[in-house]
Design a binder for this molecule. Structure first.
Ligand code: MRU
Length: 352
């Protein structure tokens, strides 16, 4: 078994934010330099960086880069704050579904609104972004701890998309549970859904597992039900982009189908996510905005740029779907597990 590695998708250097280019993995390991907030916004839109917690962390650094730029040309504090507010709005417009983005930007806005001169505010914004990054890794390790406790000594875990170090500031959520289980000496094998159309499973999750020597099989999405019917899967663990007050959970397209299959086969289906992924302002998954992405992701093979569908093919490409809370065995957070989640249990959990 390989050693658990400390994969990090971003590096902050005060002037520049470096991001591992997740579009190029697993074939090339290249880093993209973001020198302005606009570079960061584009990196989120273009999927250089993706994954709910990661885009929140990166957007926070985008605000810092923007604030440093604005500080140079602002006439006074009011002017500076107005400029940074526009920068926050630009970063908020990059991707609509993952609520962690808005959660992180809200934290940054709170700092902006607090007192101090321009220099103090810039320094406080930078400290806050560094805290958001550091806390995300700590949070993920706690999620891993609570998740690993749910697992028996031998598990075959099916996962979807990429919820690993690459999708966060480090360690991962659902993949963090897998890491923690392995660190605790459990015998874990992972079935990785390739995750059409963007192939986050095949390209990123398989890469992370391989780096760590955690045994896995890569399968195409349409194989999951078959392996469940053969009794090969003991549990499903996935991440989340936004969880409504009643527990309905938006995650990568294909998650809903997996939840239905797991229910049919009596297999536990867990969501692993930080509390920052909850959106208590919405009552159900019906209110979660689902991002529609480019048809090109469906009609072109991602890695080779070769077309796989006829010209003129009409395409639908929702990036996420919503799993009803009735299909979820438990939501694993950094503060513990919410079993059979519903509105009452979630509100109680947050009250505590
Ligand atoms: O479109 P992506 O790659 O950003 O989607 C990512 C997912 O759906 C993940 O499962 C989710 O963000 C959780 S990541 C810890």
């Amino acid at each position: 078994m390989g050693r658990i590695k400390d994969i990090r998708p971003l590096k902050w250097t005060e002037e520049v934010l470096l991001l591992i280019d997740q579009r190029k993995l697993p074939l090339q390991e290249e880093w993209v330099e973001c020198k302005s907030y606009e570079d960061v916004a584009k990196a989120i839109e273009d999927m250089v960086v993706r994954g709910a917690p990661a885009i929140g962390v990166v957007a926070a650094y985008g605000v810092v880069l923007g604030a440093k730029e604005a500080a140079k040309s602002s006439e006074n504090l009011m002017d500076f704050k107005a400029r940074v507010e526009l920068i926050i709005n630009r970063l908020a417009a990059t991707r609509p579904t993952a609520v962690n983005l808005f959660w992180a930007l809200k934290r940054m806005r709170r700092i902006l609104e607090a007192g101090g001169n321009i220099e103090d505010v810039v320094a406080a914004l930078e400290t806050e972004a560094i805290n958001i990054e550091r806390q995300d890794v700590e949070t993920n390790k706690k999620i891993g701890f609570f998740g690993a406790e749910l697992l028996s000594s031998k598990e075959v875990i099916l996962t979807h998309c990429n919820t690993g170090a690459l999708a966060t500031a480090g360690y991962g959520t659902a993949l963090g549970v897998i890491r923690a289980a392995v660190e605790n000496g459990k015998d874990v094998t992972v079935y990785v859904d390739e995750t059409r159309p963007y192939l986050q499973g095949a390209r990123l999750t398989a890469w992370e597992l391989q780096q760590e020597g955690i045994p896995y099989y890569l399968i195409t999405d349409n194989m999951a039900g078959w392996f469940m019917s053969l009794g090969e899967i003991t549990c499903v663990i996935v991440g989340a982009d936004r969880i409504a007050r009643n527990g309905d959970t938006a995650n990568k397209i294909g998650t809903y189908s997996l939840s239905v299959l797991a229910k049919e086969h009596g297999i536990p289906f867990y969501i692993a996510a930080p509390t920052s992924t909850f959106d208590l302002s919405i009552s159900s998954g019906k209110e979660i905005p689902i991002e529609e992405r480019s048809a090109d992701e469906v009609v072109f093979c991602h890695c080779k740029d070769c077309r796989i569908a006829p010209y003129g093919a009409k395409v639908k490409n929702p990036a996420f779907d919503v799993t009803p809370h009735e299909n979820i065995t438990g939501i694993i957070t950094e503060k513990g597990v919410i079993h059979s989640p519903d509105e009452k249990k979630i509100l109680e959990f947050f009250r505590e």
